[in-house]
Design a protein around this ligand. Structure first.
Ligand SMILES: NC(=O)c1ccc[n+]([C@@H]2O[C@H](COP(=O)([O-])OP(=O)(O)OC[C@H]3O[C@@H](n4cnc5c(N)ncnc54)[C@H](O)[C@@H]3O)[C@@H](O)[C@H]2O)c1
Ligand SMILES: CC(=O)N[C@@H]1[C@@H](OP(=O)(O)OP(=O)(O)OC[C@H]2O[C@@H](n3ccc(=O)[nH]c3=O)[C@H](O)[C@@H]2O)O[C@H](CO)[C@@H](O)[C@@H]1O
Length: 427
């Protein structure tokens, strides 16, 4: 078994560190966030996924320790953020982590980048920084191995998914597959080209984003023909070579709305990919049209937006379609109140109430569900949480002032909700 230092204990790094500890390695989790380290050291695990919290707690009771200092180790895994900044990947966290690794790097150690990055980052950015240690690439091993686990099913996918490993040479491939082979039950797919692995990770998420954009456009076109888009997509998908995704209020999360644009870091050829981004982001406008058509006039109305998490049964609100919808509702209502006139106030002319049973982030002014519904003119289901699928339409109807329900996730039984006196509009 080996010593491992995991750099960055977020959505990816923390479960990975726990998985490695579970496989018997001696793991140190290093993070720059002192508050997070204090919480973890106290056994307080900030994840909202059934089973994942106890899995991590068990590791923290065992061979996973957390530290505010990076330590020398046989393996360094870099799992730090790579946000999008002005359309470009911000690699400053990756660079900082590589500098930290360089400070403790020894001959024969292995460094693996897991963060999602533009193609070329491992060899062009991380390698040269690591060489500031005085060791040349080859004296230590360097590899890229993208993380593909699905939030909501982390432990099973971390273990079960096939995993790509791109080492800079055969030795790096061998060392890296030794580590992942200790817990991955899927296939390890190897190459001596890390750039290929970086590219593959990006096109996997791009495939999904473009496919969802197609589903969203299909939904808007289906509505023009008076057809139920989900019924049409389900029927279409019976064909053995058709696999349309589902429409929705937009694409959220830390990966799918961002990663496709990383492909543009060193290429000018993005066209369909950028168009798909625009279609998915534009769904907030389309859903706003549906709400406006239902309530008659947005200005002065009250809209309850159910769901701020980027998808069902998770607590993550990064790139949240629900929040984007709230912004568009307010912008559009203000424009409708006084077209072209700035009245000098920031008061929105539509009362948008946000609610979510999973999200605890205090930055969003969230209301309890009952408060959000009380006297609302319209309800928008923006996230497919199980709690919303279980709502009682008669109870909801009794709390509302209006009767408009826009179901962007195809979550509700429309006939049942209409029988309760509500008008249901579906995507
Ligand atoms: N969340 C996902 O579902 C997912 C899936 C696959 C890939 N990824 C990729 O993995 C990477 C990490 O994503 P995440 O969602 O875990 O991010 P995150 O924001 O949840 O966690 C990143 C952690 O890194 C820490 N950090 C920042 N700079 C650091 C440094 N220099 N040294 C040590 N720690 C540092 C932060 O404090 C934070 O705790 C990103 O590139 C992301 O695109 C994410
Ligand atoms: C290729 C792939 O599978 N990658 C996964 C993805 O994880 P994710 O959780 O971000 O992905 P999704 O579940 O697709 O959700 C994204 C958004 O799209 C909306 N959506 C979804 C399906 C649909 O038919 N119609 C929609 O509208 C949904 O509501 C949500 O807002 O990226 C991670 C990080 O790279 C990967 O690790 C993980 O493997």
């Amino acid at each position: 078994m080996s010593s491992v230092c995991v750099h960055g204990l977020g959505y990816i790094g923390l479960p990975t560190a726990a998985m490695l500890a579970d496989a018997g390695h001696d793991v140190t989790g290093y993070d720059v966030n002192a508050e997070l380290l204090d919480r973890l050291a106290a056994g307080d695990v900030p994840v909202d996924e059934p089973g994942l919290d106890t899995f991590i707690e068990r590791a923290l009771d065992g061979s996973l320790s957390v530290s505010s200092e990076a330590v020398a180790a046989d393996y360094h895994l870099i799992c730090v953020p790579t946000p999008l900044d002005g359309g470009r990947a911000d690699l400053s966290y990756v660079e900082a982590a590589a500098e930290t690794v360089a400070g403790v790097l020894r001959e024969d150690d292995t460094v693996v980048l897991e963060s999602t990055v533009p193609p070329g980052t491992t060899t062009e950015v991380v390698g040269p920084i690591l060489e500031d240690s005085g060791l040349a690439v080859g004296a230590f091993s360097l590899a890229y191995s993208p993380e593909t686990m699905l939030p909501g099913n982390v432990v099973a996918e971390l273990r079960g998914n096939d995993r790509a490993v791109g080492g800079v040479d055969e030795r790096a491939v061998e060392r890296t597959t030794e580590l992942y082979g200790s817990f991955v039950e899927g296939e390890l797919r190897t190459t001596t080209d890390p750039t290929l692995c970086e590219f593959v990770k990006l096109i996997q998420n791009t495939y999904r984003d473009v496919n969802i954009a197609l589903a969203n456009e299909v939904a808007m076109v289906a509505a023009d023909y008076g057809l139920d888009s989900r019924e049409a997509i389900a029927l279409a998908n019976h064909h053995p070579r058709v696999d349309l995704h589902q429409p929705g209020p937009g694409v959220g999360g830390h990966c799918i709305p961002i990663d496709p644009l990383f492909l543009g870091q060193h290429s000018e050829r993005l066209d369909l990919i950028e168009r798909a981004r625009a279609i998915n982001d534009g769904m907030a406008d389309y859903v706003t049209d549906l709400v406006a058509a239902g309530v008659g006039s947005l200005a002065g109305s009250t809209v309850a937006v159910l769901g701020v998490a980027y998808k069902g049964n998770v607590a993550d609100a990064r790139e949240s379609p629900g929040l984007r919808l709230a912004e568009v509702l307010q912008t559009r209502a203000r424009a409708a109140t006084a077209p072209g006139v700035d009245d000098g106030t920031d008061e929105p002319s539509v009362d948008v109430r946000l609610t979510d049973p999973h999200v605890t982030d205090q930055r969003f002014a969230l209301s309890p569900l009952d408060d959000a519904l009380a006297g609302a003119d319209a309800v928008v289901i923006a996230t497919d949480h199980d709690e919303y699928a279980a709502l009682d339409p008669t109870d909801v109807a009794s709390r509302l002032a209006g009767d408009v329900v826009v179901d962007t996730k195809g979550l509700l039984d429309a006939a049942e909700w209409e029988a309760a006196g509500l008008r249901v509009v579906e995507l």
